[in-house]
Write a protein that binds this ligand. Structure first.
Ligand code: ADP
Ligand code: ADP
Length: 225
């Protein structure tokens, strides 16, 4: 089953083409990484999948529906960016609960699901803290909890680890991959870091100057001459 499908997707900014006609299919439960140097079009691609930018041409389907035909409040996506930006005046609980409240989930269900998400990111005791009372790594884990708590169709991660220091980044790789695998959640991950891509991905899409240069399993991508 293909959860995400891009066909002939193009993004132009004026005369400049940031993404050349691109085709991509992401299978249910897969962890797919867009890898490439700064400026190659990774974020632009991810933003289009998120429905935050409209393609200049082509179609993006999530579970068979065109992203831009689905109203924003009905899109079931989990998004974590590099500058994870938690709501500073909300507690951890309310940050994580945000998407569920927005969807008008029942209070008991909110409490149960938030607590499960906080367990998953191994911060069960932090519900009443505010973001500025947490370390960077803890904030990043809360951002992940906030994204997964709604059981999204797709988890979209844009360099979510790059603001962390090197040690923490390695630990978080393992943790993030474990959570993704445990939940079986279809994930698109953006990074310029080869070792991250290698450690985490089922499939790597190598991008360069708006084009897919190569794609395959980490073994395929790294052992080809
Ligand atoms: P990456 O995520 O791989 O670093 P981006 O997708 O952010 O690359 O950017 C791809 C190209 O598109 C870059 O050359 C960037 O400068 C350009 N670009 C991105 N957003 C805009 C925009 N809003 N207006 C004009 N050019 C943009
Ligand atoms: P609202 O946003 O509707 O004013 P709150 O954000 O204060 O309400 O809380 C919404 C619900 O989540 C309430 O039922 C509240 O008891 C529950 N809640 C808030 N914080 C926690 C927490 N740390 N642990 C468990 N439940 C909580």
């Amino acid at each position: 089953e293909q959860v995400v499908e891009l066909s002939g997707v193009v993004k132009r900014y004026g005369n400049f083409t940031a993404v050349e006609p691109m085709n991509l299919a992401v299978e249910a439960g897969a962890f797919v990484t867009l890898l490439g140097p700064s400026g190659c079009g990774k974020t632009t691609t991810l933003r289009m999948v998120a429905g935050l930018a409209a393609p200049s041409a082509g179609d993006i389907l999530i579970k068979g529906a065109r992203v831009n035909d689905v109203p924003i409040h009905k899109r079931n996506l989990g998004i974590v960016f590099q500058n994870y930006a938690l709501f500073p005046h909300k507690t951890v609980f309310d940050n994580v609960a945000f998407g569920l409240k927005y969807r008008k989930a029942a209070k008991a269900q909110i409490a149960e699901r938030v607590s499960r998400a906080l367990d998953l990111v191994q911060l069960p005791q932090m519900a009443d803290r505010f973001p500025n009372q947490l370390s960077g790594g803890q904030q990043q884990r809360i951002a992940l909890a906030r994204a997964i708590v709604v059981e999204p169709d797709v988890l979209l991660l844009d360099e979510p680890l790059s603001a962390l220091d090197a040690n923490l980044r390695e630990g978080m790789r393992v943790e993030l991959k474990k959570i993704q695998h445990q939940l079986g959640i279809t994930t698109i991950f953006v990074t310029h870091d080869q070792s991250e891509a290698l450690a985490m991905s089922d499939k790597i899409i190598v991008m360069n100057q708006g084009r897919i240069e190569q794609e395959g399993s980490p073994e395929d991508v790294y052992t080809r001459p």
